[in-house]
Design a protein around this ligand. Structure first.
Ligand SMILES: Cc1cc2nc3c(=O)[nH]c(=O)nc-3n(C[C@H](O)[C@H](O)[C@H](O)COP(=O)(O)O)c2cc1C
Length: 194
């Protein structure tokens, strides 16, 4: 089984990464392979609404900026962790571009994200984290992705890199999220198929 993480923070080893690593570290201990891909700070363009993906149905987006390299990884993954720092009470532009384009390509190609397991992980200094969390969950739910819960919403509080590790409740939320994610993966034998 494999879980792919998409980290949209431009701070590659920042708070979002630390939280994602906490969740994915538990997965590794259970023999689930994991990979974190960094899209933060990369030039990922927004959807052009050209609908070429819906005409060609060849599992690619017409824009040639690196997003297409992620499509096979998303298809193969049993689970997805989408990580984002809170930017102006929402996800960074790279995550929104990823959502719009990967979501559209999936929709145009047999809804290949359907019944994978997914969780959002959000770093926040003070406010707006729930809205960023909701943005990713809207993507999961319209894509047919099954979302396990935790003991709180998946937020960690911190500003400077590493501060999130001092948020004991936030990190415990990551631990409980990992427990439920792994439970669901194991119960379903790696998601429920496309
Ligand atoms: C452009 C920008 C906008 C931000 N907007 C918010 C915000 O709306 N609410 C908040 O609590 N923190 C905000 N922050 C702070 C980050 O969410 C916070 O520092 C977070 O821990 C960064 O995670 P990272 O280390 O993974 O990049 C903002 C930071 C930046 C750079």
């Amino acid at each position: 089984m494999k879980v792919v993480g998409i980290n949209s923070s431009p701070r590659e080893k920042g708070n979002t990464y630390l939280m994602m690593s906490r969740v994915m570290g538990h997965m590794e201990k259970k023999g689930i392979s994991t990979e974190i891909i960094h899209i933060g700070g990369k030039d990922i363009k927004g959807c052009r609404a050209c609908d070429t993906c819906r005409k060609l149905r060849n599992e690619t987006c017409i824009l040639d900026d690196g997003l297409n390299a992620l499509i096979p990884k998303l298809k193969e993954a049993d689970g997805l962790i989408l990580g984002a720092p809170t930017y102006y009470a929402d996800v960074p532009a790279e995550m929104k571009a990823f959502i719009d384009r990967a979501g559209r390509v999936s929709g145009a190609n047999g809804r290949f994200l359907n019944r994978k397991i997914g969780a959002a992980v959000i770093a926040v200094r003070r406010g707006g984290g729930i809205h960023a969390f909701d943005t990713i969950n809207h993507f999961f739910l319209i894509s047919g992705i099954i979302v396990p819960g935790s003991t709180y919403w998946n937020l960690g509080v911190g500003r400077e890199i590493g501060e999130v590790l001092d948020d004991a409740e936030g990190m415990a939320t990551m631990d409980h999220l990992a427990e439920n994610f792994i439970w669901l993966l194991e119960k379903t034998g790696g998601g429920l198929g496309g």
